[in-house]
Design a protein around this ligand. Structure first.
Ligand code: 6PG
Length: 237
């Protein structure tokens, strides 16, 4: 596990961009799973404003690690956030965008998306392999859309699961832990002091953290794990 501490969001965006460029230049048709939430939005805007030409957008296939069960035009949609901040500004072919269809019945969509992964990704260890999975972490230690109150979903034999937001009750479709840990590269993007306590528990490897927090269960089978954090998020380390 590598931890890259950045002074602020813009330096994190720049550091992550160099990391991302390294991954996408290794092979063609790389498969990247995007995370949702607010942290990656700054990165997407940075890419749209500064990296339209020097990243091989036409050669990247975009998937999602999780999605809220809302229509694609809904302001809560992770797809909409990526479309509005990045995908509308860079030349990613439509056929390279594999969104989770939040407007569908959640259980049916979890099955459908698992079929998409089977059809589109290489299979290793009997699991789909992403070249890169980007993740965020909630203040409660959730990641993707696996929340602490449903932490057993992490070990589901299904590749995609239906989760429930603990406060809003909103249904989500999420990759499960086995798919996430089967990726060649996993990158956490975590910023802000509200994440500092969980980061200290998780990176500080408090044994109980793995029992409590899905984000503590990220442990790629053979891939790399890199935390991109700002100084606020690691102030207790
Ligand atoms: C989502 C994300 C979720 C997010 C964390 C952190 O659908 O909300 O996938 O896992 O990454 O909640 O969100 P912030 O980046 O907004 O703190």
């Amino acid at each position: 596990m590598e931890i890259k501490i950045n002074h602020d969001l813009i330096s994190l965006d720049k550091a992550f961009t160099e990391y991302f460029k390294e991954i996408v230049k290794r092979k063609s048709h790389v498969a990247v799973a995007l995370s949702g939430g607010s942290t990656p939005k700054s990165l997407f805007v940075y890419w749209a404003q500064n990296h339209r030409e020097d990243i091989p957008w036409r050669d990247i296939r975009f998937f999602w690690g999780d999605e809220r069960c809302v229509p694609p035009a809904d302001v809560q949609s992770n797809y909409k956030m990526a479309k509005d901040s990045l995908l509308d500004f860079v030349p990613v072919p439509k056929e390279n965008i594999f969104r989770i269809e939040g407007e569908n019945n959640p259980l049916e969509e979890a099955k459908r998306y698992a079929c998409v992964l089977k059809n589109e990704l290489e299979i290793e260890n009997n699991l789909p392999v992403f070249d890169l999975i980007m993740l965020g972490m909630g203040d409660d230690g959730h990641t993707a859309s696996i929340f602490p109150h449903e932490i057993d979903l992490w070990d589901s034999p299904d590749w995609c699961v239906v989760a429930t937001h603990p406060e809003s009750g909103q249904k989500r479709v999420s990759l499960s832990g086995s798919v996430i840990n089967n990726a060649r590269n996993v990158a956490f993007l975590v910023t802000g002091s509200s994440k500092a306590k969980k980061i200290e528990e998780i990176i500080g490897s408090h044994q109980t953290s793995k029992e409590l927090y899905p984000a503590a269960r990220i442990n790629p089978v053979s891939g790399s794990l890199t935390w991109f954090v700002d100084e606020e998020a690691v102030k207790f380390l």
